[in-house]
Design a binder for this molecule. Sequence first.
Ligand code: LMR
Length: 337
Amino acid sequence: MFAARKILSDIPSFTWRYLLARTLKVAIVGAGGGIGQPLSLLLRQSPGITKLALHDLHGTKGLAVDHSHICTQVRVSGYEGEKELEMAVSNSDVVVVAAGMPRLPGMERDHLMAANGKVAIKVANAISVACPHAFVAFITNPINMIVPAAAQILKAAGTFNPKRLFGITTLDLVRSKKFIGDHMQINPEAVNIPVIGGHAGITILPLFSQCQPQFNGNASDIEKLTKRIQEAGTEVVNAKAGQGSATISMAFAGAKFVDSLLRALNGEERLVECAFVASTLTDAPFFASPLELGKQGIKRHLDLPNLSESEKQALEKLLPVLKKNAIEGQMFAHNFT
Ligand code: LMR
């Protein structure tokens, strides 16, 4: 008995975490696309993930075979076409949705709603049937409308859980860290800054007042960098000149966010991520802000910090846009319920 206890206490705590970890299934909808493929590769390295379901209209069966030659324990399956969507997401712990059309030069994210809104509706319906308790994380644009639309569909099906529906805004944080790190000539990974609001133009609000280490530039630097962060998606769309929008950086950001969801599901504590979610922090019904994650989803919305005068003004300007976007998303979904 004593010997057994001794052996058990000799096992390092990280091994315990591994032994006790839940085995998790993640489904990627839109897995064959420019974001989905690198996302699938990055995600299979997350702790606890044992099953990865790849769904797209076509191409994922081959992708799954490609994955199957990688010498790790994750089991990858491919699902194709609308008929296999429910099967793909069935019993998932996390569903990440990257499906849909990317922007072309000259387009705003809102212009994608007509095409991508329908995709989000189908996915939300499939989730309601096949994995109503899953964490659902949307990458598909326009995030500011897609998340309210998906919420509406889930509500109509009686499966909406505001703690478990997320719009991924991590790329705004990733870009902020990089641009600020470059400006301050420090490692971007050492920069921490919350980005609140939404995921389009002026709704993206990096809080320079909260930047760690403290931002060393002046007001004009903050204005220029804020503008660059807000327009960074368009910078990539223009550089790709008709070949789509951010894929690699979005996959990096998406994987980072989903990795945190998986860690939370496995009981890791004090995980804070910004995401676009149902919120009562402001007048906007959906709002991105720092969230503490737990096994059940959002554990706590962190309070908004004290904002600088210019941040307060920027927040005042972005809230009407988010409110309008939420109504547009909900109206869109209403036509399908
Ligand atoms: C991004 O921020 O890069 C994405 O939302 C894609 C886009 O259309 O800008």
